[in-house]
Design a protein around this ligand. Structure first.
Ligand code: CIR
Length: 252
């Protein structure tokens, strides 16, 4: 995870979006507790005041096993990758996407033997090809999915485990995920399609009661525990659950 800089609130204030740093920090800590409850050790990259959106660490790298592919984030956030690369280099072998490749981790979804990469406003075909190269190394197939109605692929679809994804069909066509189980999230609550699975825990965003019922039914059937997390202060910055961490759960 990455600590929240004071400048995070200042970035959104001129847009009329109010962020309480106190609330954001409390929500961030609850999120870390849920990751720990799922069996992970959490380490932090320091905040950087010159990079107000840096808390959305997921976008900076794609990690699989001991490999970390350092992404190339959108221009407004450029520079966030360096601190994340330095932290990851302690335990991972790094590679960097090439100049001209655009890639944000929010567009990369691992599900069963496939990795799906969203072609979005933030990730281009060259960026997706770099993910495919890394995944081929691990014997995984990569599929690109057009993303036109939201920021990243994972705003619309996320891995729940047990062969299943949560998906907002109004944002991305479920046909791309043929062969997987689908927990459909209705349009009015589509933000709840971004969940995080760690160990026997499913992290879901608070404030989406119908989606929570559907996800809690899934969790009950599969013997998982649900952590319902308020991430309002990150949603105000267009973030969702997965963007607050880079998990090292998948891979050999
Ligand atoms: C951005 O626009 O890049 C940030 N304000 C939000 C990034 C959210 N990242 C994510 O969902 N993976």
């Amino acid at each position: 995870m990455r600590r929240i800089p004071e400048s995070y609130a200042a970035l959104y204030a001129p847009l009329g979006r109010t962020i309480s740093l106190t609330r954001a920090r409390a929500q961030h800590e609850k999120y870390a507790e849920a990751l720990r409850a799922g069996g992970l050790h959490v380490s932090y990259v320091n905040a950087d005041e010159t990079l107000p959106d840096c808390v959305f660490i997921e976008d900076c790298a794609v990690v699989w096993g001991d490999e970390a592919l350092i992404a190339s984030v959108g221009q407004a956030r450029s520079g966030e990758e360096a601190g994340v690369a330095a932290a990851l280099s302690q335990r991972h072998t790094l590679s960097h996407v090439e100049v001209g490749s655009h890639l944000e981790g929010g567009d990369v979804l691992h599900a069963e033997a496939r990795t799906y990469v969203g072609l979005s406003g933030r990730t281009n075909a060259a960026g997706a090809a770099e993910v495919a190269r890394l995944m081929t190394w691990f014997g995984r197939e990569t599929v690109t999915v057009p993303v036109e109605r939201c920021l990243h692929l994972k705003c619309a679809v996320s891995w729940l485990g047990e062969g299943t994804v949560a998906i907002a069909p109004d944002l991305v066509d479920p046909a791309w995920f043929d062969g997987l189980g689908l927990v459909e999230i209705e349009a009015a609550e589509s933000a709840a399609a971004n969940c995080v699975r760690v160990g026997d825990r499913l992290l879901v965003a608070a404030g989406y009661p119908r989606a929570e019922r559907a996800l809690s039914r899934f969790a009950r059937q599969k013997g998982l525990k649900l952590s319902v997390l308020d991430i309002s202060e990150f949603e105000t910055g267009d973030g969702s659950l997965s963007c607050l961490s880079i998990p090292r759960t998948a891979g050999p």
